[in-house]
Design a protein around this ligand. Structure first.
Ligand SMILES: CC1=C(CCC(=O)O)c2cc3nc(cc4[nH]c(cc5[nH]c(cc1n2)c(C)c5CCC(=O)O)c(CCC(=O)O)c4C)C(CCC(=O)O)=C3C
Ligand SMILES: [Fe+2]
Length: 343
């Protein structure tokens, strides 16, 4: 297939205190998120001056990609649009249309399947194209990259580094925790063609990262950043609850690797580096947060390789064994939110 542009699609985040509440209203419109939860999350953003690192990370990633494409003879202009905060997707699609782009590939900054991490991006892409009209380009989403070596290996290197920081006294009493964003159980049940693909993919990434880090430590997959009404059931255990359990079992050190996130989003900076770190401190555990890939050169190479899979039919580079599917097909996550989650 030939493409004439690459579109980077991300979540978007506020860049000043004045942006925070309007951003949160964009994210949660029609979602049944309690007002108190919004106020609480707003405080997390205010703690960082109202600035999420996500937009600046996108800018830097795009700069690095442009240089990499130029150096490797990849002739694709790169556009950028977010789901929830400017630069918005609809403006990116408008610009692409004006530039005469007919068919584009979309790289979303989320590695996994599920309504929230994939289908919702597709819906927002479709809405942006519809708003622009019939001249808008066709846009194909790149596959989930949870098992690409450019995703797994940076996590593995950071994990190895953090394991090496664990104090000698904790030897034999150390646990690795992999975290990803919790989602409603109803959403996970219908993730991917046969359901539960979100939890399956996260579990596969966790085991691939352990293998690449050559670690034999015991590890668990846990969840973070749950929101939504308290009566709805979400993936558990929450990282903080799990730390309580581990402390009671005599675990003395934890190494936390946020494999749910390609870069240090606010969920990592607040929910892990503040909340979970504080929980561990209170429990007397040594806490080590392993890094995310962020702007690792291997991420840049990965994006180029994911593009080449589609443009040049080069072999799919992956470490995992779970079946892949085309996230543009309607046959995976339902094009409607699972019941109990708003809209
Ligand atoms: C699976 C998943 C990912 C990973 C995949 C991906 O990357 O897309 C993710 C990423 C992110 N989530 C983010 C921020 C927020 N998510 C919220 C709310 C929610 N997230 C959900 C799921 C996910 N979220 C869900 C099921 C909700 C409930 C509301 C709903 O059903 O839609 C809320 C509302 C307040 C709250 O309730 O917490 C905020 C502010 C940011 C930006 C961070 C920054 O600024 O750096 C990022 C990257
Ligand atoms: Fe989220």
């Amino acid at each position: 297939m030939t493409y004439d542009a690459l579109l980077i699609v991300s979540f978007g985040g506020p860049e000043s205190t004045a942006d925070v509440l309007p951003f949160l209203r964009n994210v949660t419109r029609g979602r049944g998120i309690p007002e108190e939860r919004l106020a609480e999350v707003a405080e997390h953003y205010y703690h960082f001056g109202g600035v999420s690192p996500i937009n600046q990370w996108c800018r830097s990633l795009i700069q690095a990609l442009q240089a990499d494409f130029a150096a490797n003879g990849v002739n694709l202009p790169i556009y950028w649009g977010n789901r929830n905060w400017p630069p918005m997707l609809v403006d990116a699609v408008q610009r692409m249309t004006g530039d005469g782009v007919k068919r584009a590939l979309a790289f979303t900054t989320s590695a996994y399947g599920s309504y929230s991490s994939c289908r919702q991006y597709l819906e927002d892409l479709a809405a942006a194209r519809a708003a622009v009209g019939s001249r808008a380009p066709v846009i194909d989403k790149i596959r989930h990259f949870f098992d690409h070596p450019g995703f797994v290996q940076p996590f593995a290197d950071h994990l190895r580094h953090s394991i090496d920081q664990v104090p000698a006294e904790a030897e034999g009493h150390t646990r690795v925790l992999f975290t990803a964003h919790s989602i409603p159980l109803a959403m996970n049940d219908v993730s991917g063609p046969e359901g539960a693909r979100y939890t399956d993919q996260v579990a596969e990434t966790a085991s691939l990262v352990m293998e690449a880090a050559r670690s034999r430590l015991p590890y668990d997959v846990v969840w973070q950043s749950r929101s939504g009404p308290p009566e709805s059931k979400w993936l558990e255990p929450d990282v903080n609850d799990h730390l309580e359990r581990l402390a009671a079992e005599g675990v003395k050190a934890v190494v936390v690797s946020p494999i749910g996130f390609l870069s240090d989003h606010l969920e990592v900076l607040w929910d892990l580096d503040n909340e979970a770190a504080e929980t561990a401190r209170r429990l007397g555990m040594s806490y080590h947060r392993a890094g995310t890939p962020g702007l690792d050169a291997r991420v840049v190479t990965m994006v180029r390789e994911l593009v080449a899979e589609r443009t040049d039919g080069v072999a799919v580079k992956r470490l995992g064994k779970l079946p892949l599917w085309n996230p543009n097909d309607d046959g995976c996550c339902p094009a409607r939110r699972p019941p109990g989650m708003g809209r």
